[in-house]
Write a protein of this length. Structure first.
Length: 155
C-alpha cells in the first residue's frame, strides 16, 4: 500500500468519512495540511474513549480544546506510568515523535510553520508518514470499539 500512494490516500479518506481534495501525484501543501485536522480529530476521539478530557480546564478558556500534542503526550505518560513501560503505547509514541516532537520529525509543526517538508519529495514523505499515523489511530480505535462490543455481548 505504501507504494501506491493514491490507494493509501483513499484508505485514509474512507476511514475518516471526510472528503479530501482529489489526490494528485504532483502534491500541493493542501494535500498534507488537510490531514492534520483528521489526525487531531483522531487524537480527540481516542482521548474521549480513554476517559481523557480534551478541553482546557481553566474557566476563562471554557470549551477550548487542549493542544492535541498535549493530550497525546498525557495519554502516553499516563499509560507508561501505569504499565511501567511504553510497549502498549508504542504506536502512540511513534505518532507523537513523527508529528509533534521537536527533537524528532515534528512533521505537523514543520509544515504548518513553513520550515520543512515543502519540496515534492518532502511532501510525499510527510504525507505518507501522516497517513500512517492516522491509520494507526484508526486501528487503535477499532480495537477499543471491538473490545467494548465483546464486553457488552458477555454481559
Amino acid at each position: 500500500m505504501l507504494i501506491d500512494e493514491s490507494r493509501f490516500y483513499k484508505k485514509v479518506e474512507d476511514c475518516c468519512d471526510i472528503k479530501l481534495i482529489d489526490y494528485n501525484s504532483n502534491l500541493k501543501l493542501a494535500h498534507l495540511a488537510q490531514l492534520f485536522s483528521l489526525l487531531e480529530m483522531k487524537i480527540r476521539e481516542l482521548a474521549k474513549n480513554e476517559g481523557y478530557f480534551p478541553f482546557k480546564i481553566d474557566v476563562s478558556e471554557f470549551m477550548q480544546y487542549n493542544d492535541p500534542s498535549s493530550v497525546l503526550r498525557e495519554i502516553i505518560i499516563d499509560s507508561c506510568e501505569e504499565l511501567h513501560g511504553f510497549d502498549p503505547v508504542e504506536d502512540l509514541y511513534f505518532i507523537y515523535n513523527c508529528m509533534y516532537n521537536a527533537n524528532s520529525l515534528n512533521i505537523r509543526n514543520e509544515v504548518i510553520h513553513g520550515r520543512g517538508f515543502l519540496s515534492q519529495n518532502g511532501l510525499h514523505y510527510a504525507l505518507r508518514k501522516t497517513m500512517i499515523c492516522i491509520l494507526m489511530f484508526e486501528q487503535r480505535l477499532q480495537i477499543i470499539f471491538r473490545n467494548r462490543r465483546n464486553k457488552l455481548k458477555q454481559c
